[in-house]
Write a protein that binds this ligand. Structure first.
Ligand code: UDP
Length: 461
């Protein structure tokens, strides 16, 4: 056993050795060594990145050349095969990028959708002006705009970036500059490899056309084809309206349910705003010629709504989940959005006899927004039946979101959402409960989609 004196002595020795180590750092020789080591590390990382870029670009160009050559010959025959424009590169240095000129035909629009016009960018990777992964090469006249996200110029522009993947997956809710800053701050070789893999999946979705309709119908269900910001803006505006209104989130499972249940179909048909949720709806939109602008699931929209309501006099009531879940969510909101008012919370397991008390409690709370988490179709049917009685201005069914933010169930990481696989993540979490919904349900949904595409009901009648 060390005596108190020994203990004090060893503590002092440790302190002195730490001070010596700190002083070492300031000795010019040591400092130089550190700087040199950091430079070597950075240089070797740049060499590895360049080697990977060259390798991937060579493979890509070799694979694509047989496809691109006939297009280039065709375009050269009818005019020009290539055009160029100025872009900003590393440290804002301008450089000229090549683009394949595809013309204005429908075939050209289709090719553009698959980014064929951008294939010439691979040459710039081989020339060292671009990387495989990096922020989009912005046009010179976007310079002022780009100033807001100046960190993006610390790295070479790339063929694919986080923003590009998120746009393809319809989950690009923030700004491009924020996504670029996120990329530069967290850049690593492994991260880049992950982005390339996700880009392969995202590439299969195809780019969105320039023209996207605001209001569309899929499987006979009306959808508000708006962005996240617009959906939240409409919801907040609704809180000062006279009439109460309902919002429904519609995913592939909801479509299947709506085919089976006429009461649910009617609830969706008569809802104020239906929002397309999930990869299934994106695929359906693409196949049926009505592209979905953004993936609007309740779980993401909830955060934007909380932010929009923060500091206002509008309030929220949370109804649903197992006992304690809504209260945990309320506690989470108090911490994360302290300025968003929550005026009530209760679980979603009550009897028919309790129902009048639940409705009376919501009315007495004076809440403006009611979030109901019972799962579909129960939540939407309940909202439709009790909307007026609750006295709220806006109500919506939000599925399992209470479970996520209360910490009961972890949500799929962003990279899983970027490749449209959130449903698979959910399936792995609760296979017994969800296998039917996702494994059988997805197949049924795809079969319905194929049938709707081949023989839309309107054409047969
Ligand atoms: N739930 C409820 N009352 C019920 C049935 C379900 O409050 O009578 C809750 C359940 O605890 C869960 C949510 O509703 O929190 C349903 O989640 P699910 O994963 O089914 O919803 P999804 O997001 O998949 O539509």
């Amino acid at each position: 056993m060390p005596t108190p004196a020994q203990t004090t002595g060893s503590d002092a020795a440790r302190l002195v050795s730490r001070l010596e180590w700190l002083l070492e750092l300031w000795r010019p020789g040591v400092q130089r060594r550190h700087v040199a080591r950091r430079r070597v590390r950075r240089a070797s990382s740049a060499v590895v990145r360049r080697a990977c870029d060259m390798l991937v670009a060579t493979v890509l160009i070799s694979a694509l050349l047989p496809l691109l050559l006939p297009i280039l010959v065709w375009r050269a025959g009818v005019g020009r095969a290539l055009t160029s424009e100025m872009r900003l590169g590393l440290r804002r240095r301008p450089f000229r990028v090549w683009r394949i000129e595809l013309g204005k035909s429908r075939f050209a629009a289709w090719l553009r959708r698959w980014n064929v016009d951008r294939a010439a960018l691979i040459l710039h990777v081989l020339r060292g002006q671009m990387s495989i992964v990096g922020p989009r090469a912005v046009a010179v006249d976007e310079h002022n705009l780009a100033a807001a996200g100046s960190r993006r110029f610390l790295v070479k522009p790339g063929l694919v970036c986080l923003w590009w993947i998120r746009r393809r997956a319809n989950i690009a809710y923030g700004s491009e500059w924020a996504a670029d800053n996120e990329y530069v701050a967290t850049r690593s070789h492994r991260g880049d490899a992950g982005i390339v893999l996700r880009a392969v999946v995202a590439g299969l979705y195809g780019a969105q056309p320039v023209e996207i309709a605001d209001g569309i119908a899929l499987f006979g269900l009306p959808l508000a084809n708006v962005t996240m910001n617009e959906a939240v803006r409409r919801m907040v505006g609704q809180l000062d309206a006279d009439q109460p209104r309902r919002v429904c989130f519609v995913n592939a499972d909801c479509v299947n349910l709506a085919f089976r249940r006429t009461d649910y179909h009617r609830v969706l048909e008569t809802s104020w705003m239906n929002l397309a949720d999930g990869i299934g709806m994106k695929i359906a939109g693409r196949v049926l010629g009505s592209d979905i602008r953004e993936n609007l699931c309740g779980t993401d929209l909830f955060l934007h709504l909380c932010e929009a309501l923060a500091g206002s006099d509008k309030s929220v009531y949370l109804l649903g989940g197992k006992p304690g879940v809504a209260d945990d969510l309320r506690a989470w909101m108090r911490e994360r959005y302290p300025k968003t008012r929550v005026v009530g919370a209760r679980d979603g397991y009550f009897t028919a006899a309790d129902e009048p008390h639940v409705v009376a409690d919501i009315r007495a709370s004076g809440a403006d927004v009611l979030l109901v988490a019972f799962g579909a179709p129960k939540q939407d049917l309940w909202v439709a039946e009790h909307l007026v009685a609750t006295g709220v201005k806006l109500a919506m069914g939000v599925g399992g979101l209470f479970d996520y933010y209360s910490g009961r169930i972890p949500r799929a990481p962003v990279w899983v959402r970027e490749i449209g696989m959130e449903w698979a993540f959910r399936l792995l979490q609760e296979p017994k409960r969800l296998w039917k919904r996702y494994l059988c349900g997805n197949l049924v949904f795809l079969a319905r989609l194929a049938r709707w595409k081949i023989a839309p009901p309107g054409r047969n009648t």
